[in-house]
Ligand binder design. Structure first.
Ligand code: GLC
Length: 749
């Protein structure tokens, strides 16, 4: 090559050009913000901090927008209305500052994807990103440019209804999924009309509500916040430039998130350099009065603004109080200006000043075949096969008659799950519909609901269900939770199957027919008894619009289940909180414990040993984090580490041989865990550090490679510094968190 470095020279020139361009653009935006800010009255600044609910717009709305009293709105009913309100803001208000229109687009807008907990079970971030991209395309067509998602709360308590909206109990998996979803919503360029601002929520530790009761207090110390709850938010901001953050309802250690200056200023702004918008969760500013953190709305408004909440959603306490607080010297003008800068910056980044209106003439992508197909794939990959005795699944071609039973077999509304404001049940394809449509030529399906809905206790139709089962070669029982039983404010003290669902399964199992139990739910359920009575169990979560076609193809083997549990399933609700990456304890159970019915009469005080377990439940779980079966089987051999001792800045290379020893081409999610055997504080028994989706043909072996930078072992230590501590570690690789190959290595001083 005549000029060997010419291409490198071009690359460097282009890189410098693009970096200088983005710096210039940012400077340009900052200049525009300053120019605009200098023109704004205090009233107009406060208006930008005021977000109102557009669900039942008052007749004063046009005037409020014209006067600059409103900066953003959520829940606007139509793109036409959004455009008309935007026109008032843009063309009739004094400074023409556009509105931002927001909505909860959590796991789909019209085309519903699985609930986030189900999407996490796919361990497929690219699929999660695609689902969010599709949701953004569909929502932005309707004038929505800001969604209050992804929720990245770590959830270790299945009694908490919002576990459905989370990515589960693991910090690393939640980080990966949060980044993927933010990238999907925001696209490559936030100013693109199909991009919508994402929102990292709920900041912080909302999922640790005491008793799993929504909105309840949390008491998570700073070190645990930093090691467990904060990392997904930090990654969403640092790696995906998440545009906004929402404060949570809970008070942590007595301080409500919306009034927590340490978290909102020291951590979010100073440590992470966040320059986006912080929005309250609904009335969480006003609720600081109810919590007893503020005397009245005025003090709550003062604490919210001073803590760093830029926008107050829905309850109007900023609008009503900030002017007086400034006059009384309880709020500084600079604090208001900083909040308004963040809001204007977001509006500039969204391109709303230049392009405020939604193109109502553009061809709609809503429910396109591409979107529906993606939703189907996402559902297939979210399913977790928990049991498959004698490989009854996939249903063989000898199966000619199949009974379809249960309240969730044809439940188009409930199948979508929680947070589906814009979903349309008429578009949901249910298992009953899909099985008949896709496999009805070769298989006779007999359908009997047995129960009308998940809480139904009327057993009058059990006999019909049993009769149908007796005619069948296999019985599919669709049970679980109506959508309303999970999500916000829907906590449960018992997490068993509701109504008479369990009895229905028991009656069906008496027929002696093969029973396949399929569970649509927004959380782990204590289904140990039902698992015992079933030959196979498939966990569907709430699978969304295309759950039917997805489960039909999985049942008949056109697709192969690959999902793994993103949450631990307890045997009893009394075990909660239960999660795989718990800290070590001084007296761990070792499965030699004496259980309740084995205790001798008049047993001596210490005769049962002294380890950490339940007399009536033992120690182990129903199903563990990372667990999930396939129609094929996989063998792990030859775990090899590149070195057995490393410096804190080194990178460890790992290989393991994975073999598909089954009959189906299938995907295995290979999981890599580490255990820090001793630290300046007690450390988790293991932590997920990486995973890979590996697809193998029957008989195929692949050497799976991982690299593990020692910096990934860093944690916030006894002095609340993030460090890689020297010492012994165990590295584990396997198909779930319990069955793993192990090797030791040491991190040197
Ligand atoms: C709700 C939820 C929050 C949601 C917001 C707007 O109370 O807690 O997740 O985004 O209000 O609907």
């Amino acid at each position: 090559m005549k000029y060997p470095h010419f291409s490198l020279f071009c690359f460097l020139v282009f890189s410098c050009f693009s970096i200088t361009t983005s710096i210039a653009q940012e400077k340009g935006v900052e200049n525009k913000i300053e120019v605009l800010l200098s023109k704004m009255t205090l009233f107009e600044k406060i208006g930008q901090m005021n977000q109102i609910n557009g669900r039942n717009p008052s007749e004063k709305l046009s005037g409020q927008i014209r006067s600059g009293e409103i900066g953003s709105m959520l829940n606007i009913g139509s793109p036409e209305l959004a455009n008309s309100l935007q026109k008032i803001a843009k063309e009739e208000s004094r400074l023409g500052i556009p509105l931002i229109i927001a909505r909860d687009v959590i796991h789909g807008f019209k085309t519903m994807f699985p609930i986030p907990l189900g999407q996490a079970a796919s361990f497929h971030p690219e699929m999660v990103e695609l689902g969010a991209r599709i949701a953004a395309k569909e929502a932005s067509e309707k004038g929505i440019r800001w969604t209050f998602a992804p929720m990245m709360d770590i959830a270790r308590d299945a009694r908490w209804g919002r576990i459905a909206e989370s990515f589960g109990e693991d910090t690393y998996l939640s980080e990966i999924m949060a980044v993927a979803m933010v990238k999907g919503f925001q696209g490559k360029d936030l100013s693109n009309p199909s991009s919508i601002a994402a929102c990292a929520k709920h900041f912080i530790a909302y999922g640790a509500a005491e008793g799993g009761r929504d909105y309840n207090s949390t008491n998570i110390p700073e070190r645990q916040l930093r090691n467990i709850y904060l990392p997904p938010f930090e990654k969403a901001i640092r790696e995906a430039n998440c545009a906004t953050v929402m404060t949570s309802f809970n008070a942590n250690d007595g301080i409500p998130a919306s009034g927590n200056e340490f978290l909102l200023k020291n951590v979010l702004r100073k440590e992470w350099g966040f320059d986006g918008v912080v929005v309250s969760d609904w009335g969480s500013i006003k609720e600081m009065v109810q919590i007893g953190f503020s005397e009245d709305n005025k003090e709550a408004a003062m604490k919210g603004v001073n803590a760093g909440v830029d926008i107050e959603m829905a309850s109007g306490v900023y609008l009503e109080n900030i002017e007086a607080l400034i006059a009384e010297g309880k709020l500084q003008q600079k604090t208001i200006d900083d909040a308004v800068r963040n809001i204007l910056r977001l509006k500039f980044k969204l391109g709303l000043f230049d392009n405020p209106y939604t193109n109502l003439k553009a061809k709609s992508s809503i429910y396109s075949q591409e979107h529906l197909q993606a939703a189907k794939q996402a559902a297939e990959e979210s399913f977790v096969l928990l049991k498959n005795k004698n490989n009854i699944l996939p249903l063989s071609n000898k199966i000619k008659t199949v009974a379809i039973i249960g309240p969730m077999a044809d439940a188009p509304h409930d199948q979508m799950g929680t947070w589906t404001f814009d979903g349309e049940k008429a578009m949901t394809q249910t298992p009953l519909q899909a099985l008949k449509k896709q496999y009805g030529k070769d298989v006779k399906f007999i359908y009997e609901q047995g129960l009308a809905f998940s809480r139904d206790t009327i057993k009058a139709n059990f006999s019909k269900a049993v009769a149908a089962a007796k005619q069948a070669d296999a019985v599919l029982v669709f049970v679980g939770e109506e959508a309303i039983l999970s999500g916000e404010a829907h906590s449960l003290a018992e997490i068993n199957l509701k109504g008479a669902q369990s009895e229905l399964i028991a009656e069906l199992s008496k027929t002696g027919k093969p029973i396949v139990t399929l569970v649509m739910a927004g959380r782990p359920l204590t289904i140990g008894k039902e698992v015992e009575l079933s030959d196979a169990v498939l966990y569907l979560w709430h699978p969304g619009t295309m759950g039917g076609p997805a489960v039909a193809d999985i049942l008949f083997g056109k697709s192969i289940p690959s999902g793994k549990l993103p949450v631990t399933f307890p045997k009893y609700v009394g075990q909660i909180p239960v999660y795989y990456n718990h800290d070590r304890v001084g007296r761990p159970a070792d499965k030699t414990e004496t259980l309740l019915n084995d205790i001798p009469l008049e047993a001596k005080q210490s005769s049962l040993g002294t380890s950490s377990y339940y007399l009536d439940a033992g120690f182990d779980n129903l199903f563990d984090f990372g667990y999930g079966l396939s129609y094929s089987s996989f063998e792990y051999e030859n775990l090899v580490l590149s070195r057995d001792s490393l410096n804190p800045t080194d990178v460890l290379s790992i290989t393991v041989d994975l073999k598909n020893i089954g009959k189906f081409q299938a995907t295995e999610i290979v999981q890599l865990y580490t255990a820090d055997l001793a630290g300046s504080t007690a450390r988790p028994v293991k932590e997920l550090k990486d995973f890979k989706r590996i697809n193998l043909k029957p008989g195929e072996t692949k050497k799976v490679e991982f690299t593990l930078p020692m910096e990934k072992l860093a944690f916030w230590d006894i002095n609340n510094n993030k460090v890689v501590e020297p010492g012994k570690f165990t590295l584990m690789v396997g198909g779930n968190s319990q069955e793993v190959l192990k090797k030791e290595f040491t991190v040197l001083q």
